[in-house]
Write a protein that binds this ligand. Sequence first.
Ligand code: FEO
Ligand code: CA
Ligand code: CA
Ligand code: CA
Length: 627
Amino acid sequence: MSDKSLIDLSWDEFDEHRDPRPSENQFDQVVERAISRRDFLGGALAFGSGAAVFGAGLFSSTSMSHAGGSGAFAFEPISIATDNAIHVPEGYESKVLVRWGDALWSQANGAYSAENGVSLEFSDKVFGENTDGMELFSVDGKEIITVNSEYVNPKINLPAEAEGTPRNAEEVQLLKNLQGVTVMEVANSGEGYAVVVDSPYNRRITHETEMVLAGPLAGHPLVQTKADPAGKTVKGTMNNCGSGKTLWNTYLTCEENFNGYFGASGDMPEGEGYKRYGIKGESRYAYEKFDERYDISKEPNEPHRHGFITEINPLDPNSTPVKRTALGRFKHENAEMVHAADGRVVVYLGDDERGEYLYRYVSNDTWAPGQSPEGLLDNGQLYVAKFNDDQSGEWLALTPETTGMDAASILCFTRMAASSVGATTMDRPEWVATNPLKAEAYCALTNNKNRGKKPNAGGDDTAVNGPNPRNTNNYGQIVRWRPADENHAADSFTWDLYVMAGNPSVHSDAYAGSSNINEGNMFNSPDGMAFSSDGKLWIQTDGKDNNEGDYAGMGNNQMLVGDPESGEIVRFMTVPKGAEVTGLCWSADKKVAFVGVQHPGGSWPDGAGKPRSSVVAVWRRDGETIG
Ligand code: FEO
Ligand code: CA
Ligand code: CA
Ligand code: CA
């Protein structure tokens, strides 16, 4: 890492740099185990004969057609791209809806300049940087998009002389303001969608917005600070990655790499939790140098107040966001809420770090439309997934009895609780999506270069296992499960792999991918996922886009559409070089899809000046629905 400064590292590299994990150095042994595990896949994993047949052994047949269109999709799949543009299928159009720096209130009109970005004065009155999870809310004929700004690129936002590191409190404040969450009304004037500037719904929520801590951890000594001795009021939500929508029409924002915002000016406080969550040393943005709240030598409990699912009511701009501690503390990717067959509320939650876990929350009480949701996200049970090699699985309850930890510690140090019950280490759980047409859930396991090589941050073994079957997994896979009795609140499930990404033009073993991968639809690192109302799975990638070597033929990051029944996957969209695709929602009439384009390269989309993370609208020229 010597030739890269902290700010040039990805969040993943940042963690590795601060907490390098020892290599187990037993690679041959691990490969051996991986090969023996192929047997449990019912002979379905055929190595050495081109693509590996996979996944559908349990649930469906696998006669996959090559990308080239099929009756299941309304478009001709597109080829890869390596350029600096957006591409969508023939018959579709795309247009940028909003870019980092665009005004949400007219007082900030023209606040963005190609040379200097946005000044501090207007930084909380414009669309934030690095768009991520988003949801659309439809009320009284109005459409309101709520969308995360996951992080900032200081080299783009700060003056060149700063070289990517804030030099004073004002520069720290600028970065804080450009992250968090944006609530914005959008409307279709007939010439496409645009942000409704000055709408009363418009709102920015930043690292400084006051919020409430709720659930069993609220008020506990672990979350008390000098500024908040009661442990019930917290400033800010940070590193807002994926999203979720509740059954009662509120927004869930998911705090992911919160650890990177804390540093230590002096001695590290005692406690295993700091190491497990990657909290130590110098922060990514040097916040702690100008704001003691972020200095764990002075405020050791402040990091315990972040890493939660935070609920926001986008329809009430005066509402106070609420951190829901009952859903556990870890690097939350998204929050997929589903109404279980028995009436309880279930939320699926991934912890995106190599070798961490997949979780599920189940409310104690049932809910029905029209009832108050009070307490549903505060009183419930958190579980962690255990996948068995015979394609069965169980949700293991995290309780004082099962973990030997007290109830508050389970929610504050959820990763340690999960380790203690022997959950299945996963290849970086990103988004979970549930099928609206049947009781079935999918989780994108984006990649894990440490699989079979290094333990996770808690020292748990990461030898290959059922849903994570490849060592040094640079391509990723999507696991799916079906709950017992078609009830998402049931404690057991069966699972298979919907797809293993891979490159059949380079590999002829398991790294070629599953049978539904071919040279026409190759991709790596599935990340964002959402089901459209017609039961299609939309898959967004955040992978290597150099189009070389192991990635040759995959091109830029992309959005694909999968048919859960046939397993067929086709490419719908490609984004500019350097960008990942993240965040997806649809207009109320389903005629427009809104797609996030995060960290583009070059000067996209303006063609000159700085690259600007943006939300893009995509629609069919013939006016039909697209999802
Ligand atoms: Fe922010 Fe795991 O993606
Ligand atoms: Ca993601
Ligand atoms: Ca990712
Ligand atoms: Ca990202």
